[in-house]
Design a protein around this ligand. Sequence first.
Ligand SMILES: [Zn+2]
Ligand SMILES: [Zn+2]
Length: 241
Amino acid sequence: MSIVQLRPHLYRLTLGRYQAYLWREDDSVTLIDTGEAGSGPGIVDALQQIGLSRTDLDRLVLTHFHDDHAGSAAEVASWGTAQIVAHAADAPVIRGQAVGPPPNFTEAERELHARVAAGLQPAPPVRVDHEVRDGEVLDFGGGAHVISTPGHTDGSIALHLPEHRVLITGDIAAEHGGEVILGVFNLDPAQAAASFRRLADLDADIACFGHGDPVIGGAGAGLLQVAEALNGEQPEEFPGD
Ligand SMILES: [Zn+2]
Ligand SMILES: [Zn+2]
């Protein structure tokens, strides 16, 4: 486990193979994603390192239902203080009322997935207190805009904090080998590419990915470059949320 401060209010938590982010203000603490099942103690350690306890958590935002993001949401929920937030389209899966559709793997992705997701346990079901949709603004970070990014999962979301020019992408984008890439293991790769372009247009300064190192400074330009390269795979129209 490690916790690294990226900006005055923004932290990156490394939880074994996976990661999460924390937004801390004087009057509220928001965790974004949880890593895999069993990451609860690591999250508690991280909070303690910056002088917080688990009951200081006010909110948990899940970028999507995948087990490497929602894996410890049930444990976080059991601590009793955090409101659990997720997109309406992924909420039934997170609650355990529906089975999440598997990604449409390419051949290469199938092989990669078998390797990187080996031993990944299913996320225990958890309540969702607040279902969000595209355009909703959450009350932290000067207003955290929910950006619907379907294509990775139907209910994938990113968070955009315009006041701080921070973008938390979930799995629509990732960093690998020093490069920003379209995230892998998508339900609908063309739709994911369209969602990626939406994020690129936000001109964020800082981009925090579900996987890989954040881009600190000038993130928007990097995302745009990748978005241009993805051109040609764009569906007829953006499906909204
Ligand atoms: Zn994912
Ligand atoms: Zn992931």
